[in-house]
Design a protein around this ligand. Structure first.
Ligand code: S3P
Length: 442
């Protein structure tokens, strides 16, 4: 059987299996397709396996590191020192990102001319820098202050002489085209944006190599300022199609590729055919975080906690309650609920009050199975009373907490797909949830 694969790290958001399956379908093939999720230092372990496939794609962080394992690289891959496609029979590495990048810019009516500001000089960034200069653009590269020196060396090694390197915070609103080749905007940096509002507002075109989430902060700001915005999805599909051309001479019609791009966008933005998140709900102290850790290990899922995300973005929950009040906290909680609803293959431990908003529940249900951890009040109370990190429990007022518990019970029950007995031991709960999840996960 023919075998193809993707090599990368932290690939739980990847759309590659979906795209390649569609491309193989169009070519009348049904090979084995696997994802190799491998950290930077694990390459030597997986390479022998990958070299038994017919071909594979490569993404961060292996695009450069893979080169020594190959017999050669094509002109583009050599120039950018970035390989994203390997043809195993010839052991040659190619760069098809460039094909995807130029084609998607062309289709979106974005010329690589005038003043171009590029963020990032990783594999994709090096490719974009070379292509911008080749097309005659006036290139500036924005990097984190600690990376600017390294950036100057990278540009020199690419043979680029006339480009400027600036620290990210030094950017001014003077660019025609903005290119984001950093992971900023992608999980876990989904609330961040590589460019300032002023710079976005002053530009004409914004290309964001990120495709998941579909709506990054950068894309939302670009639409707000009426700037042409191009997401990385078309580039991803076109680079994949170019890999099939290399592997076995496939040719695809533009209409077919456009359909795949639309389907990928739909796939990312709405209902997924298979729900892939496990959302743990329940009263404060019901055991969501402890159980979450066990489930994440069991299913090799990511683990996310809505409270921790709120805290990393806005500071301590107790401070938010104290200075801005509960209403402001709930708004932040809803923003986070919406963001994590885009995740895949994740265990999401939801703050105890998150299901009070039906919009939060709706968002999380799109791609998540809601599990209610039904833990007796006394057990929860023992765990939370007087906890200063939980503003609703810090005074330890038993009667008030019991009333809150009783009022919320129906809310949890109504939104739950699965209910678990929270008085069981953790191993018993894990066993029980695995049994119940069989009906949902495939
Ligand atoms: C809250 C629960 C807390 C936290 C906040 C408010 C609630 O999360 O979101 O203090 O309204 O029940 P835990 O359920 O993880 O304690």
């Amino acid at each position: 059987m023919e075998k193809y694969a993707l090599l990368g790290y932290r690939l739980r958001h990847t759309m590659s299996p979906f795209i390649h399956r569609r491309l193989f379908d169009l070519s009348g093939k049904s090979p084995d397709y696997r994802v190799y999720d491998c950290p930077a230092d694990g390459l030597s372990v997986v390479m022998p396996e990958l070299m038994k496939t017919n071909g594979f794609n490569i993404t961060i962080p292996h695009k450069e590191a893979v080169i020594p394992y190959l017999d050669g690289t094509d002109e583009h891959a050599s120039r950018y020192r970035a390989v994203n496609t390997v043809d195993v029979k010839t052991r040659v590495g190619y760069n098809t990102d460039v094909t995807g990048f130029l084609k998607s810019l062309g289709q979106a009516g974005c010329p690589l001319r005038g003043k171009v500001l590029l963020a990032g000089l990783g594999g994709a960034g090096r490719m974009m820098a070379c292509e911008a200069v080749k097309a005659g653009a006036e290139l500036t590269v924005a990097l984190r202050p600690e990376s600017t020196e390294k950036g100057i060396d990278i540009l020199a090694s690419l043979g680029i002489k006339n480009a400027k390197v600036i620290a990210l915070e030094k950017m001014r609103p003077e660019y025609d085209v903005l290119l984001n080749a950093t992971p900023v905007g992608m999980y876990p940096k989904i609330f961040d944006c590589p460019f300032t509002d002023e710079v976005i507002a002053g530009s004409k075109h914004v290309f964001d190599a990120i495709y998941n989430p579909l709506r990054t902060v950068l894309s939302l700001k670009a639409s707000e300022y009426g700037v042409n915005h191009i997401s990385g999805m078309a580039m991803l599909v076109y680079q994949a199609a170019a890999a099939h051309e290399i592997w076995y001479g496939a040719k695809f019609r533009d209409a077919d590729l456009s359909r795949i791009i639309d389907d990928c966008n739909a796939e990312i933005s709405k209902d997924f055919p298979v729900k892939s998140n496990i959302v743990l709900t329940g009263f404060m102290g019901s055991g969501k975080s402890s159980l979450g850790k066990l489930i994440a290990v069991e299913y090799a899922f990511g683990l996310t906690d809505t409270d921790s995300l709120i805290e990393s973005k806005y500071g301590k929950i107790s401070d938010i309650f104290a200075s801005l009040g509960e209403k402001a906290f709930r708004e932040k909680e809803s923003e986070i609920a919406l963001a994590v609803s885009e995740y895949r293959n994740s265990v999401i431990a939801a703050g105890g009050g998150l299901p009070l908003s039906s919009l939060n529940v709706q968002a999380l249900k799109r791609n998540g199975i809601i599990v209610y951890l039904d833990t007796p009040f006394e057990l929860c109370y023992k765990r939370i009373r007087g906890d200063l990190a939980r503003p609703l429990a810090s005074d330890g007022d038993r009667d008030r907490l019991l009333a809150l518990y009783s009022a919320r019970k129906a809310v949890y029950e109504n939104c739950a797909d699965i209910t678990l007995d929270g008085s069981l031991s953790l191993p018993e709960m894990l066993k029980s949830i695995k049994e119940k999840l069989k009906n949902y996960l495939s």
